[in-house]
Design a protein around this ligand. Structure first.
Ligand SMILES: [Zn+2]
Length: 211
């Protein structure tokens, strides 16, 4: 199973977390199929500092425990987001799961610098705990409490399951990203238009020149 690229264009951390599992072209890709994928995502999301990740990489059992927490959290968030958008009551078990991770919330902040500038990184008192996932659970909680459910949607492209929060002014965003599905849909529409035109020309009666 190949891992999907790290993409952070869902417009919300909780949805980016759900997008670690995707089905582009009907084939299931799961970034959380191995601890390395989760650690790469946490680093990409700015939720873990490199030293903390190195500690986890050095301890495969710890990393697997964290992965199990992450997978359970993602399932819970997915069920709650689905309930949110379909207007059904929050399922009790996923709610407990999100609260379980929220209870691990001990995160602080650390300002790091590199030659390109600064970045603010969440830190955990114990990097070897589910506390690393607390910012994700918090993001999910904020999405569920603050977001307009009508603006939490999935990409319109056939076979694409990625989530996004539509923050556009007119609320008409359709694609997970213009670069991926938007452009592909444009090309497909262009191709369909071209074929329709060709068919119409073929079926048009031939003009006869007057005798
Ligand atoms: Zn898409």
């Amino acid at each position: 199973m190949k891992s999907p690229d790290l993409v952070f264009d869902g417009g919300h951390l909780a949805l980016d977390f759900l997008n670690t599992e995707a089905s582009p072209d009907g084939e299931r890709d799961d970034l959380l199929s191995a601890p390395t994928g989760l650690l790469a995502w946490l680093e990409g999301a700015g939720l873990a500092a490199t030293p903390d990740l190195a500690l986890l990489m050095a301890s495969p059992p710890e990393a697997r425990v964290l992965l199990a927490h992450a997978t359970r959290l993602r399932t819970a968030v997915a069920e709650m987001v689905q309930a949110l958008v379909s207007g059904t009551p929050a399922p009790p078990l996923p709610l407990m799961e999100v609260n379980r991770i929220l209870a691990e919330r001990t995160a602080g902040l650390r300002l790091e610098s590199d030659p390109t500038g600064y970045r603010l990184v969440s830190t955990s008192v114990s990097a070897r705990s589910a506390g690393l996932l607390a910012p994700v659970a918090e993001a999910a909680a904020r999405l569920l409490t603050d977001a307009d459910p009508a603006r939490v949607r999935r990409c319109d492209a056939p076979g694409c399951s990625l989530w996004f929060l539509d923050t556009s002014r007119n609320g008409r965003r359709r694609w997970c990203s213009m670069a991926r599905c938007g452009n592909r849909a444009k090309v497909a529409a262009h191709y369909r238009r071209g074929r329709r035109l060709t068919r119409r020309r073929r079926s048009a009666p031939e003009r006869r020149s007057p005798p």
